[in-house]
Design a protein around this ligand. Structure first.
Ligand code: FEO
Length: 392
């Protein structure tokens, strides 16, 4: 891909990773991703904002052919998909200085083995002049690591946001063309890496509120040339109030738990509660993470394996605990053959969730009539709790 102009003396560089299907050896990327870097040629100085994931560095180096000098490499975020090619760029432009937050300095030295003498740290709100362009650095911790920052170019009204507002979509379109598709991808991205830091993200949105932002250029996915909707979406996702919605991640070995889940889902719908089921054997874990952004209640459905929850149910509980969604209620349903400690084990795995645990429904073998009534009762309790909390 050639470098492409997005503003006056401002260029997109980077790589489209059409084939990538997993990030951090964990996060599904059904639509691939991009690693966006940007070149800003000021009247006096030139800055490169971020780089690309190391396997695709040749794409970036080709795009830098003909660029006479780089004075600054701004590293918004030390994770290697953005910083990992800095050393290769430095080989080409040895006089360049790396600009980062103070917190990023150690990370960059340790992750990339770049020399300390090449690094310049900048404070929150500090500016750097390229001549006719002024870069304002704003520290935005936890989008996505503690050392992250964004850059606002005052003259062009562009916010270079790195992971913040990003989405994993491989596309040859530089700008958002299908808002619905990007909304879903950005929500998935938020759920997977930003949701645990909701409160801090709120502070970061406050910090950029006063800026006259006319374009947001993230380091993954497409550029927002009409950015207000993505900022509004973030405000919605970080809101403390969940929706009248139940998420049921479940796994069933021989059909008993599945029968319970189906009955329970029907009962919830009858009660006017929205429900989403995720069969953990086949589900895209990113879809489950997205559903957790809004859900007021999580109900884990599990068979019993070796006296405890099925490992897939334990994984779902571990994931929910790590992502810290805004859910207010949690319960467990499932089936066992001869006993076990499923409830105790799962309940012990979610210390981060600030939830009220509702009475679980465990049955022996296939659910009996009284077990199904207990599921009706759980659905009714959830509906009542949601109404008491005025959830819609
Ligand atoms: Fe795109 Fe946190 O790296």
């Amino acid at each position: 891909m050639d470098r492409r102009k997005i503003g006056e003396s401002i260029y997109w560089l980077g790589a489209v990773d059409w084939d990538r299907r997993l990030f951090d050896s964990l996060i599904p990327l059904p639509d691939g991703t991009t690693y966006n870097a940007y070149l800003l040629e000021g009247s006096e100085k030139t800055a490169l904002l971020d780089t690309v994931d190391p396997p695709l560095v040749d794409s970036l180096l080709d795009q830098l052919n003909g660029v006479p000098k780089i004075d600054f490499i701004v590293s918004h975020h030390s994770e290697q998909d953005h910083s990992g090619s800095i050393a290769r760029v430095l080989e080409r432009f040895p006089a360049a200085k790396i600009i980062s937050t103070p917190k990023a300095k150690d990370l960059l030295i340790n992750l990339l083995r770049v020399p300390e003498s090449a690094l310049i740290t900048v404070g929150d709100g500090e500016t750097l002049s390229l001549g006719d362009k002024t870069l304002k650095f704003i520290h935005t911790p936890w989008v996505h690591w503690p050392e992250t920052m964004v850059t606002y170019v005052e003259e062009d009204h562009i916010l270079f946001s790195c992971d913040f507002f990003g989405s994993h979509i491989a596309s040859a379109d530089l700008f958002v063309t299908d808002q619905g598709r990007v909304y879903e991808a950005a929500k998935r991205y938020f759920a997977e890496i930003m949701m645990p830091f909701r409160n801090l993200i709120e502070k970061n949105i406050e910090k950029i509120k006063s800026l006259d932002i006319r374009m947001i250029a993230p380091s993954h996915g497409q550029i927002y040339d009409h950015p207000s909707w993505i900022v509004d979406a973030y405000k919605e996702w970080i809101r403390d109030t969940p929706k009248n919605q139940v998420v049921v991640p479940y796994v069933s070995m021989h059909g008993s738990t599945k029968r319970m889940v189906d009955h329970f889902a029907t009962a919830l719908v009858r009660e006017g509660v929205r429900v989403e089921l995720f069969n953990l054997v086949v589900t895209d874990i990113g879809k489950l993470a997205m559903a957790l952004v809004d859900a007021a209640t999580i109900v884990v459905g599990t068979s019993t394996v070796l006296a405890g929850p099925h490992p897939l149910a334990a994984y779902a509980a571990f994931l929910a605990n790590a992502l810290r969604p805004k859910a207010k209620f949690l319960s467990i349903i499932g089936s066992y053959g001869w006993g076990g400690k499923t409830v105790e084990t799962l309940a012990g795995m979610i210390p981060n969730l600030k939830v009220e645990v509702l009475d679980p429904v465990l049955c022996k073998g296939l659910p009996s009539e009284s077990d199904l009534k207990a599921l009706d009762s759980l659905a009714s309790t959830i509906s009542r709790k949601h109404k008491e909390n005025k959830l819609s």
